[in-house]
Design a protein around this ligand. Structure first.
Ligand SMILES: [Zn+2]
Length: 230
């Protein structure tokens, strides 16, 4: 059962007193702006929480709501309506940034569904060898040696073309592995969206470990990019 669907509790509109669920930026009855709602990012756009969403529809709703929240429209409004238009705009922008990105959207929805994702839950230091994905142990070990060598060479003001070429090649390889992870994630979306409890739990578990792998690979690529660009 999704907590997110329960969070849309009924509230009364401050202006017309008609009840609506606490997910909407504007009263469906009198169209007046509402304080920032307490629902999830999906409900801001009036869409069902799922991983495979219609990005065109999302963008369309985003522009529509942005226009409705434009400060010019509240130039002569009450002070609290002006405040809400700013707070609602900030919420709308956060929601759009999160949902339009496939990786952020996946992490967000899984977290809403109780998944523990991120550095804070891995409980281990990034340099801890036991955190390295098992299939990459050897390559990561080699890569870290090369990165160390490269940093030393830089410090001494030496150019090591062979090392640089090797690191560039490694970066391409890890970029490719990142693409693979993204494809594997998308492959799980359907199973999660279908809503069958057991299949959803299995898909969620797979996606949490894929997101872990993804974060690990991103950090590696960032380290290589920084060392090459230094
Ligand atoms: Zn109203």
């Amino acid at each position: 059962m999704l907590k997110v669907l329960d969070s849309a509790v009924p509230v009364a509109c401050w202006s017309c007193s008609v009840a609506h669920n606490d997910a909407t930026l504007f009263c469906p009855h009198c169209s007046k702006i509402q304080p920032p709602p307490g629902g999830d990012y999906f409900s801001v756009f009036g869409i069902v929480p799922r991983l495979d969403i219609d990005l065109g529809e999302l963008e369309h709703e985003f522009h529509k709501l942005s226009r409705k929240l434009h400060p010019d429209r509240f130039a002569r409004a009450k002070e609290n309506e002006k405040q809400w238009s700013l707070a609602d705009t900030a919420l709308l922008n956060d929601a759009y940034r999160t949902l339009k990105d496939p990786i952020h959207r996946t992490a967000y929805l899984l977290k809403l569904n109780g998944a523990e994702i991120g550095e804070e839950h891995s409980g281990k230091d990034r340099k801890d060898p036991s955190r390295v994905p098992a299939d990459l142990l050897e390559e990561v070990f080699d890569l870290n040696m090369q990165l160390e060598e490269m940093r030393m060479a830089r410090k001494m003001g030496e150019a090591d073309l062979e090392l640089q070429t090797s690191l560039e090649k490694a970066k391409r390889k890890f970029d490719g592995l990142l693409d693979d992870v993204d494809q594997d994630l998308r492959a799980q979306w359907q199973a999660w969206d279908a809503g069958d409890t057991a299949k959803r739990a299995a898909a969620q578990k797979t996606m949490v470990s894929l997101l872990d792998r993804r974060r690990y690979l991103s950090n590696l690529v960032r380290d290589v990019t920084e060392t090459l660009g230094a």
